[in-house]
Design a protein around this ligand. Structure first.
Ligand SMILES: NC(=O)c1ccc[n+]([C@@H]2O[C@H](COP(=O)([O-])OP(=O)(O)OC[C@H]3O[C@@H](n4cnc5c(N)ncnc54)[C@H](OP(=O)(O)O)[C@@H]3O)[C@@H](O)[C@H]2O)c1
Length: 288
């Protein structure tokens, strides 16, 4: 397939591009600063359509986003441009050239005491609200929307993942606060790239949660990651997110997802979070 990846220069894009090439696809990168691809601001409608017509991809994968939660809160217009307007333009152009659209969204739209199913979204900050509005725009283009969260080895020069940050704290024995009242069910980026590939291949439409089984608190995640690396973690301090004083914008506490719909639709068994942590630890160890 020829696959056009918007937001290819970001953290997930830097992992997805080589993954797609490794699967034998022609992967074309697009973002405002693509060194080896198309330089485009997808919040501009005409140039987005023009680029799409020029490349003429079979599949479009949209990873564009303003992902900094605090910045979204303080710059809502920028958040709207990246998380909604860009999606409107990409979805419109995908429809015009008849390409299948896979759009990445977030688990931040959830905050429920039990793992959330797809119709239980209740976005509560500017990032989540704009991502939710972006999903609606993507669905207008007949997209496959994947709500997810991820960690693992980042190949991006400046963007560090949660586990990159934890590894540096473990290596330097630096004291850090880890939240024991914030739950999530993320995937290792390698696994997520595989599922995005499946979504590109099978062309199902609608919204799907794509997370691991067995949601954990971010604190338990941090300790499990240290254990998987066999590194001492006595300098990790459990705190409540609110007491940490680190977060200004409101954050959901329970982002755990029920990904049963994805499993039955795509005939895929999703992994457990502990298995994903072990996978990531193996990938970090291979780099040392
Ligand atoms: N990071 C996470 O933990 C996480 C968790 C859940 C879901 N997600 C979702 O996963 C997707 C990828 O996340 P990520 O962490 O890889 O994001 P990221 O590192 O912040 O990258 C975002 C990408 O969007 C591009 N971009 C932003 N505005 C643009 C515009 N107007 N036109 C064209 N390109 C634009 C950026 O490139 P330029 O600045 O060069 O244009 C960059 O390539 C996003 O949709 C995000 O919401 C992320």
């Amino acid at each position: 397939m020829k696959v056009l990846v918007f937001g290819a220069s970001g953290m997930l894009g830097s992992r997805l591009m080589p993954y797609l090439a490794g699967q034998g696809h022609v992967a074309v990168a697009a973002s405002r600063s693509s060194a080896n691809g198309i330089e485009i601001d997808s919040s501009r409608k005409a140039s987005t359509l023009e680029a799409m017509r020029t490349v003429s991809p079979d599949v479009v994968i949209n990873l564009v986003g303003l992902t900094d939660v605090e910045r979204c809160e303080s710059h809502p217009k920028q958040a709207w441009q990246a998380n909604v307007q860009s999606v409107e333009n990409i979805a419109h152009a995908s429809r015009v050239i008849d390409a299948h659209l896979v759009h990445l969204s977030t688990d931040q739209v959830y905050d429920n005491p039990t793992p959330s199913v797809e119709d239980a979204a209740s976005p509560g900050n500017c990032y989540a609200i704009t991502k939710y509005a972006g999903e609606l725009a993507a669905l207008q283009g007949g997209a496959c929307v994947l709500r997810t969260n991820f960690f693992g080895v980042s190949q991006h020069a400046h963007r560090r993942s949660l586990t990159d940050w934890l590894l540096s704290a473990l290596t330097e024995q630096r004291p850090v606060q880890v939240f024991d009242d914030m739950y999530f069910s993320p995937l290792n980026m390698t696994t997520l790239c595989g599922f995005i590939h499946q979504a590109a291949n099978f062309k199902h439409t609608g919204i799907f949660n794509v997370g691991s089984h067995g949601a954990m608190s971010k604190a338990d995640f941090a300790f499990a990651f240290a254990q998987a690396l066999a590194m001492p973690s006595g300098h990790f301090n459990r705190v409540s997110a609110q007491d940490s004083g680190l977060l200004k914008a409101w954050r959901p506490k329970n982002m755990g997802m029920d990904s049963g719909l994805f499993e039955t639709t795509f005939q895929i068994q999703l992994p457990s979070l502990i298995a994903e942590i072990e996978c990531a630890a193996k990938e970090y160890r291979a780099q040392l």
